[in-house]
Design a protein around this ligand. Structure first.
Ligand SMILES: Cc1ncc(COP(=O)(O)O)c(C=O)c1O
Length: 443
């Protein structure tokens, strides 16, 4: 596991701390999920539900709510007793699934760029991650490339839609084509759909399990961290055929055994929130996405506008950089902002070279509120944030201010970032724009 000791998030977070940069690299909500869900957790604790070890595969109320959620949004019925497993976030479910379903020496096929856990979890299982590029700038899956990457050792196809980091939402047609590869080669599919409710515009999330031939071979993974903006609660789940769920239950119970006791009841209530809630949730995120993408485009970078997820991608070549790593290592010094290079999500050293991942401030109120010039956070004296405890400082250097304004509010041109990197580097010193900092592990 030595190759997985360090992560891009550790390096970039350290850089953010050292330079006082605003972190547009990490992807999690700025604000907590629904009040009703928080109150449900408090009630559960007070009522003594889940304060001691809850049932090992998930409390019946949550398993029933997950089954009802899948049926409500996607159609097929799910048996809450045999077809659902709850775990410590989608992360544990993914690790448990790979430990359960692959043997040392097997190959796990996935599209690159991938969520960083996929590489580490595949290595934990003693298997090899084989990557098939999702080529920029459109990042659409190529079923022919996938098919040609299958070998006699391929056991699992690990999919992710909506896709981190590209924001691609696989279409029904794409999923059908991928399903035909899985059927043809008898692959088990782990479909990571944690961003299922973070889908924008005309895009629609379609579970892979609904593609022809897929249901009997697919585990579908969800997360309350993403769907309910409660990333610290670590409640995740999988649904799927009873034999695959039974296998995951075996390995998962020897990892954390049980987790998140009272939060499981709260998540059960959250998954039953009315349709209006889910629409508003996606609309708020879409607003943030649009601000971010407009700002990035105004800097002179081609932007791949995401159809889903927290993430947007830009191509840094017009700013004078050949690759994302060098851009991201300079950016905190030059503009007080942290972003993440796609290269960190590839094994291929040239994979994703010119692309950088950015995340907007999820769940923040619309731009009518007064904002910190640096990070877009409403000012401390904004009535909407009174008493929030989030302090905002503005020590922006006037040269850099327009860059960050354009990243986080509306479209402002960016003289400093579009100037040659070396001269800009020499003339800009690190600045502290905003004392509000993010913490924790990043997706
Ligand atoms: C694609 C993807 N899958 C899974 C996870 C893990 O989700 P959780 O926080 O529920 O463990 C994340 C984020 O962390 C993610 O981006």
């Amino acid at each position: 596991m030595r190759p997985y000791a360090a992560s891009v998030f550790g390096e970039m977070s350290a850089l953010a701390t050292a330079t006082g940069a605003v972190n547009l690299g990490q992807g999690f909500p700025d604000t907590d999920g629904p009040e009703a869900v928080k109150r449900a957790a408090i009630r559960a604790i007070e009522d003594g539900r889940g304060n001691q070890y809850p049932p090992v595969h998930g409390v019946p109320e949550l398993r029933a709510a997950i089954a009802a959620h899948q049926q409500r949004f996607y159609g097929p019925a799910v048996d809450p007793d045999s077809a659902v497993v709850v775990g410590t976030g989608a992360s544990e479910i993914l690790v448990a699934s790979l430990l359960a379903l692959v043997e040392p020496g097997d190959e796990v096929l996935t599209f690159a760029p991938w969520f960083d856990l996929y590489a580490a979890a595949t290595a934990l299982a003693g298997a090899t991650l084989v990557e098939v590029p999702l080529a920029g700038p459109h990042f659409r899956p190529d079923p022919a490339a996938l098919r040609s990457a299958v070998t006699a050792r391929t056991r699992v196809l690990l999919l992710n839609t909506p896709h981190n980091p590209t924001g691609t939402v696989f279409t029904e047609g794409e999923l059908a084509a991928l399903a035909s590869v899985a059927v043809e080669h008898d692959l088990i599919v782990i479909s990571d759909e944690v961003y299922e409710h973070l889908v924008y515009g005309t895009a629609r999330h379609v579970p892979f399990a609904t593609a022809p031939g897929a249901a009997a071979r697919t585990l579908t993974v969800g997360s309350a961290g993403k769907s309910l903006s409660m990333t610290g609660w670590k409640v995740g789940w999988a649904t799927g055929p009873a034999d695959l769920i039974a296998a995951v239950r075996v390995s998962r119970q020897h990892l954390s055994y049980v987790s998140s006791g009272p939060f499981q009841w709260a998540v059960a209530e959250g998954l039953a929130l009315p349709d209006a809630h889910w629409r508003q949730f996606a609309d708020a995120l879409q607003h943030q996405r649009d601000l971010l993408c407009d700002g990035l485009a105004a800097l002179g970078m081609p932007v791949t506008v995401p159809e889903g997820t927290y993430f947007a991608t830009s191509d840094v070549r017009p700013l004078g950089y050949a690759d994302g790593w060098s851009f991201c290592r300079d950016l905190p010094h030059r503009a007080g902002v942290v972003a993440i290079p796609h290269q960190a999500f590839h094994h291929d050293p040239h994979g994703g070279e010119p692309y950088v991942r950015w995340t907007p401030s999820a769940n923040a109120p619309p731009s009518s509120a007064r904002r910190c010039t640096g990070c877009g956070t409403p000012s401390a004296d904004d009535p909407g944030r009174a008493g929030s405890g989030q302090d905002v400082a503005g020590t922006a250097d006037d040269t850099v201010r327009p860059v960050l304004s354009s990243l986080t509010s509306t479209t402002t041109s960016s003289p400093s970032l579009t100037s040659p990197p070396s001269s800009a580097r020499a003339s800009l010193s690190p600045i502290s724009l905003c004392t509000r900092r993010r913490s924790g592990r990043a997706p």
